[in-house]
Design a protein around this ligand. Structure first.
Ligand code: SF4
Length: 456
């Protein structure tokens, strides 16, 4: 069996499953956020009763992250709905924006977008919070009401996005009926060259198979190339399985995975036992292809979809109005450090927005010193508009006052993961997806730029 089949077989109590089987699986973690949480709670209450209790308090994780730092009252109210539910159900894992469990969230626009407006429990983007706070474990099943839940496949688990109806059902029962997907194998050899990042790998692969090339399939990553990658790299790749239509992305377990997970569960006091799934000698794939990482070059997904691939070096004539670094895919500390490596000592030529994925990223960028200056200060000094309000921000457009949102038609190069029309705001804007290196180099020149000119 493939990694995905092995996890689904175990979670459904079967010795063997095959693609196309429909199986009831026991859920290890259900995550929801401010956009889908209120709807999920509504379904749960309608179907299981107003006084129903969730199936297992320790397995529900609620993370407000999408439409947070906005004066939009309906968005603010969504966070209050989550808090009321958490109080009613006595849920332990709620990363609230405010500290007062009986308070109301209200974003104060008069204080601006840059300085922090959150309490001590707030974390930021859900998919980056889950591993940080010790909720991702090898061999487990994670469902989330968000399509990029597949990011947790980096940790050798089955992780995928679901709708509010399924999530409401899980809240009541802890189970879900799921069809076993076929598996595509992406075998990585070699090492990435300087100037090339994990984002280039996934953009290259999606360009190969198309933005619907993995529809309802598992994308399994294997090969020596995988083991040279950091956990952040693996997260970037697993995150974008959905941009090829994938059901999930999944990586083999190795010592890096084990060390990362053990550290996080220890730090947070979450469940420490886990049982990884190993790669079988006998596996059946619907697709199997080898990629040599050393041959890949900085890659861009052009408007209007993540499969519209071109090399950065061929796009020098594309003029840009904006650069954006942030999101679950591209807003991790390692992403910002790569970005800063290029920007350092220079000035950006176009409006450039930086949105850390989590509050931990904010802290790490302020703590990391290069030549006596924090990385945060280096970026601000280069003209990057850095916000402490870690969240999804303009990755998903959001209400009109969202930091970095494109409210007029423009060209933007972005370290985010999705570029369908209107994704980051105005429906006539054009978003070019790229690695943090490429976004940084392009921010310095004002047109799409191969970062190898700046990276030694
Ligand atoms: S950062 Fe973007 S892709 Fe990630 S969860 Fe938020 S809106 Fe979705």
């Amino acid at each position: 069996m493939t990694l995905t089949e092995k996890i689904l077989a175990r979670a459904s109590g079967k010795a063997h499953v095959a693609p196309g089987d429909n199986v009831w699986v026991n859920v290890d973690i259900l995550m929801t956020h401010d956009v889908c949480g209120p709807g999920t709670i509504g379904v749960f209450k309608r179907e299981f009763g107003k006084t129903a209790k969730v199936w297992d308090k320790s397995k529900v994780v609620i993370i407000p992250d999408h439409y947070i730092f906005t004066a939009d009252s309906m968005s603010n109210r969504n966070v209050d709905i989550l808090r009321d539910f958490v109080n009613e159900q006595e849920l332990p894992y709620f990363y609230d924006v405010i500290d007062d469990p009986n308070g109301h969230w209200h974003f104060d626009a008069s204080r601006g977008q840059l300085k922090k407006q959150y309490g001590s429990h707030f974390t930021g983007v859900c998919h980056t919070t889950l591993p940080w706070k010790g909720h991702t474990r090898p061999g487990e099943i994670l469902f989330g009401t968000d399509s990029h839940t597949c990011m947790a496949g980096a940790f050798n688990q089955f992780a995928t996005g679901i709708g509010n109806t399924d999530a409401g059902f899980i809240l009541g029962t802890g189970k879900l009926l799921i069809k076993v997907p076929e598996t595509m194998r992406f075998y990585l050899e070699g090492e990435m060259s300087p100037g090339v990042m994990a984002k280039d790998v996934i953009l290259h692969v999606i360009g190969d198979i198309g933005f619907d090339g993995a529809t309802y399939r598992a994308m399994q990553w294997e090969g020596l190339g995988v083991h040279t990658m950091s956990m952040d790299d693996r997260m970037t790749i697993a995150n974008m399985a959905i941009e090829a239509g994938g059901k999930n992305g999944i990586f083999p377990y190795d010592e890096k995975t084990g060390d990362y997970v053990r550290d996080r569960v220890r730090e947070n006091g979450t469940k420490s036992e886990f049982e990884p799934v190993e790669v079988d000698a006998e596996q059946s794939f619907i697709y199997d292809k080898t990629f040599d990482l050393s041959k890949l070059e900085p890659t861009v997904a052009m408007h209007p979809d993540p499969g519209n691939r071109e090399l950065a070096k061929n796009l020098g004539d594309v003029k840009l109005d904006r650069a954006y670094i942030g999101s679950c895919t591209g807003g991790k500390t390692s992403d910002f450090l790569a970005f800063a490596e290029v920007i350092r000592g220079k000035s950006v030529k176009i409006d450039t927005f930086g949105v850390p994925a989590t509050t931990k990223v904010v802290a790490e960028l302020k703590e990391t010193q290069w030549d006596g200056k924090s990385v945060w200060d280096i970026l601000e000094g280069a003209g990057v508009r850095m916000t402490e309000n870690a969240s999804c921000a303009a990755c998903l457009g959001g209400p009109v006052d969202t930091f970095g949102r494109m409210n007029t038609p423009m060209n933007c190069i972005s370290a985010t993961n999705r570029n369908f029309p209107g994704r980051m705001g105005h429906k006539e804007s054009r978003v070019f997806l790229a690695s943090p290196y490429t976004v940084a180099a392009s921010a310095l020149t004002g047109h799409i730029t191969d970062p190898r000119e700046f990276v030694s």
